[in-house]
Structure formats: structure tokens, C-alpha cells
Design a protein around this ligand. Structure first.
Ligand code: MRU
Length: 358
């Protein structure tokens, strides 16, 4: 995607494969800054602190994290340690496990002196694969948007939650890929962007990306979606996900479940876009089995924003002493999902239909 006319990915190796650069997402939308990761611990920190976030990008960053570790030391112990450290960085996105496992399986049988080159090559391949997958998701998902446009005749209003755009992947995004593809094809559309408290990935990242691409959008508070749906102002919802179980339960950013309930009650199609590596074939019941990340209370009690003097500052919004709980994700049962938009096509969220994706 382009930023002020310059094409960017969210992560890329330096030309000598000595380090990795990322876009620091904690500073958007007010400051566009890139950051250099020199060590595996830098990659771990970038994932933990959400300088990179979004399931596919977390997976790719972890793969590069293993490559960075191999540059430091390519022993069996160093490989095992890198995999362990990176796997523990964030719990919910299964892509993290997928990326680390791909690296471990490739590197473990190799002699130590071949590991560095092989690691950088594999991490780059995983990154390129993510881009190709998301472009395919865009094509399949845009067919749905086109069909709604043809039936309705006017602007298609799409609601999305959190950020599952190109910033959450290497490029294109998952939930936003169909939107970019449809928009580029000339289909009139408008996006309702859930702000997505507490970290505001919608208000700060999705709105920024859509703005950079020129896609008409409106930011809404998280609780507005149900009202809009009741008044016929949403034609479809598309969200991303961090993990999908073998029977189609979807784990995504906290608040997704409530949007799915509202969509169900109002007959609004609710789609989930995902690359197939986001499917965790080892799990069935998402509510019972998916570990949900709990993050620092400060993300709820405090909020950051641009002040009139041009400085970004953090302020407290809760009374001193009130406790806050910060659950990062929730699970939407498969029965509330109209379809899974994958790189291999749109599939029903149930174990029978999903078997073709294995
Ligand atoms: O906590 P985050 O910002 O990493 O959460 C991101 C989401 O919930 C996304 O919807 C999901 O990872 C899919 S990204 C293509």
C-alpha cells in the first residue's frame, strides 16, 4: 500500500539481511515512523508492545525474529530458545505459532552454518506468501461486495471492527482487502469504522489506512453498530480474526461478538476474512478452548491523543483507584458467521464445509 505515494510493506529486511524494519504502529496516526529491529528480543518486544500487531503480521514478525536469533547464534539451543520466547510474546493469534513452527521445522534439521541464510529466505517467503494470500482474499471478498452493490444499486455500507487492514498483515490486509479491491474496481462503498477501545485500532489505524487510500469512511463509537444496523445503514460487516477453530468459531478483537449478535438480529451478513493459517485445526469450541489475552489495565484507564500544541499525550479517563479489566479478544460462535472469506474462496463456518481448507 502507498503512504503519501510511496509503496510500503509493514515489515521488510534491511538490504544486508542484518536487521528488520517495521512501521511503528503505536505512533500512528499522528506520527509515521519506522523502527529497526536488530535482535530477536527486539522482535519479541515489538510484538508484546504492539508496535506490530494483527495476527498475520505477528506471525511474520516472529518468523523474522527467529532469523534475527540465528544471526546472533545458530545453535540448537538458540533456535529452541528463540521459538520459546517468541511463542510467549502474545497468546491469542495462532499465526504466531504457525510462523515460529514453520521456521523451526525448516531450520532444526539443517547444519548450523546453513541456518542463517535459510532463515532469512524462509521469513521472506512467508512474508511474500502473506501478501499473495491477502490479495486472493480481496478478490473473493470483493465479489460479495459487488453482488450487494448490484442488488442494492447504491453505495455499499460496510462495517468493520479493529484493524484487519494492511497494517495488520504484510500488505493488503484481510477484512480490508475486499474493500480495497472493490473500491479500486469502482464499486461505490463507505466504511463504518468501529473505534475499537481500548487501543483504538479502528480510530487510529483503520481510519488512517482508509484515508491514505481515499476510501470514504466514518469512525463510530463501538456501541453504535447495533443502532446503525437497526436503521438499515449497514449492508454487511467484515472483520478479521486471530484464530478460527475447526468448526468455525471465530476469535477476534474484543467487541466482535456483540457486533455479530447485532448483525444476526438485524439480518446483516457478517463475514470473517482470514488466511487459512489462522485456522487452528486442533480446536473445536472456541469459547472454551482459546486462550484470551489480558492486557494492562492502563490501556483502559488511560487514553492517548493529539493535543492542540501538536504533542501526543496520554490522559487518565477513570477515577483514581477504579479497577479496570482488559480482555483483548472474544469468541463469536460459528452460527453467527455468514461465511469465511479465505484465499481459497468463501466457505461456510462449519466443520464439514471447512474441510476443503485443510
Ligand atoms: O490486538 P490486535 O491489534 O493485534 O488485534 C488485531 C485483531 O483483532 C485483528 O482483527 C486480527 O488480528 C486480524 S488481522 C488481519
Amino acid at each position: 500500500m502507498k503512504i503519501n505515494g510511496t509503496p510500503y510493506r509493514t515489515i521488510w529486511p534491511t538490504s544486508d539481511n542484518a536487521a528488520v524494519e517495521i512501521i511503528d504502529q503505536t505512533r500512528l496516526p499522528h506520527v509515521f515512523a519506522t523502527l529497526r529491529l536488530d535482535t530477536m528480543r527486539d522482535a519479541e518486544r515489538a510484538i508484546k508492545d504492539m508496535q506490530v500487531r494483527g495476527a498475520p503480521l505477528i506471525g511474520v514478525t516472529a518468523a523474522y525474529g527467529v532469523a534475527l536469533a540465528m544471526r546472533e547464534l545458530a545453535s540448537d539451543a538458540a533456535l529452541a530458545n528463540a521459538c520459546k520466547v517468541l511463542l510467549a510474546a502474545r497468546p491469542t493469534a495462532v499465526n504466531l505459532r504457525w510462523g515460529v513452527e514453520k521456521m523451526r521445522v525448516l531450520l532444526a534439521p539443517l547444519p548450523e552454518d546453513e541456518r542463517v541464510a535459510a532463515a532469512w529466505k524462509e521469513a521472506a517467503r512467508i512474508a511474500d506468501e502473506d501478501v499473495a494470500i491477502n490479495a486472493a482474499i480481496g478478490r473473493h471478498g470483493s465479489d460479495i461486495i459487488r453482488a450487494i452493490h448490484q442488488k442494492k444499486g447504491g453505495t455499499v455500507n460496510v462495517l468493520t471492527h479493529c484493524n484487519a487492514g494492511w497494517l495488520a498483515t504484510v500488505d493488503w490486509g484481510t477484512a480490508l482487502a475486499p474493500i480495497y479491491t472493490a473500491f479500486d474496481a469502482g464499486i461505490p462503498l463507505h466504511v463504518w469504522v468501529d473505534e475499537t477501545r481500548p487501543r483504538n485500532q479502528g480510530a487510529s489505524l483503520t481510519a488512517w489506512e482508509l484515508g491514505q487510500h481515499g476510501v470514504p469512511h466514518t469512525v463510530i463509537v463501538d456501541n453504535a453498530g447495533g443502532h446503525l444496523m437497526q436503521h438499515g445503514m449497514v449492508d454487511m460487516a467484515i472483520v478479521g480474526c486471530d484464530r478460527v477453530t475447526a468448526r468455525g468459531d471465530v476469535c477476534n478483537k474484543i467487541g466482535t461478538y456483540l457486533k455479530a449478535l447485532a448483525a444476526h438480529d438485524n439480518g446483516v451478513p457478517f463475514y470473517v476474512a482470514l488466511p487459512t493459517p489462522t485456522i487452528d485445526w486442533t480446536l473445536q469450541d472456541g469459547v472454551k478452548e482459546i486462550p484470551i489475552e489480558e492486557r494492562a489495565a492502563e490501556e483502559v484507564t488511560h487514553i492517548a491523543g493529539l493535543c492542540d500544541d501538536g504533542q501526543v499525550r496520554t490522559v487518565q479517563v477513570t477515577p483514581q483507584g477504579s479497577r479496570a479489566a482488559n480482555y483483548g479478544f472474544d469468541v463469536t460462535p460459528a452460527r453467527l458467521v455468514s461465511g469465511l472469506i479465505t484465499e481459497r474462496g468463501v466457505v461456510k463456518a462449519d466443520s464439514g464445509a471447512m474441510r476443503v481448507l485443510k
